[in-house]
Design a protein around this ligand. Sequence first.
Ligand code: HEC
Length: 153
Amino acid sequence: MTKLPRYLLRIVGLGSQIVIMLGLTLVSAAAKDGRDVYDDTCVRCHGLLQEQTSWHQFIPADGTTVDLAVVTPQGPTLNGIVGRPAGIIEGYTYSKGMRAFAETDAVWDRATLDLFLTDSRKFVKGTFMILKLGDDDRALVLDYLERVAVYRP
Ligand code: HEC
């Protein structure tokens, strides 16, 4: 009576370890996509992407218009960032460096985003955002942004 449950417990214990190991293998084998990179790296400062047709407004089925929050806890929204001119989010106080960059009529296209995410402070001197993203993550997150965050003024 005392031996059997202990024996069973060991099997159950071993079983769950194997299940956990299998789980880890599955997680690491599952391909990471750009949304994962965005959620892991950008969301805490830039907030969720609304993935809507307009970068600043959401039009529900009843036809009313809801303005989306454009200032997130730490950074400007990235809704519609691909093709968006730099530094245009009203109500967000950009750094001097980003304002100077915006004055050159800079636009966030794939090339400028790529350079910015490679080494943000090297590309935009004096920016508040400090980030260096590796090649793979950069390519993934740029694919994602091109899918869901195209500028439609
Ligand atoms: C630690 C917070 C933080 C993280 C993480 C972060 N950012 Fe930023 N980001 C900022 C801040 C703050 C600014 C405003 C910079 C300034 O004014 O110099 C900014 C600005 C930007 C801009 C310029 C926006 C505009 O309106 O011109 C882009 C593009 C951008 N971030 C992309 C990203 C992407 C993509 C990621 C994830 C890969 C990311 N950021 C991660 C804080 C962050």
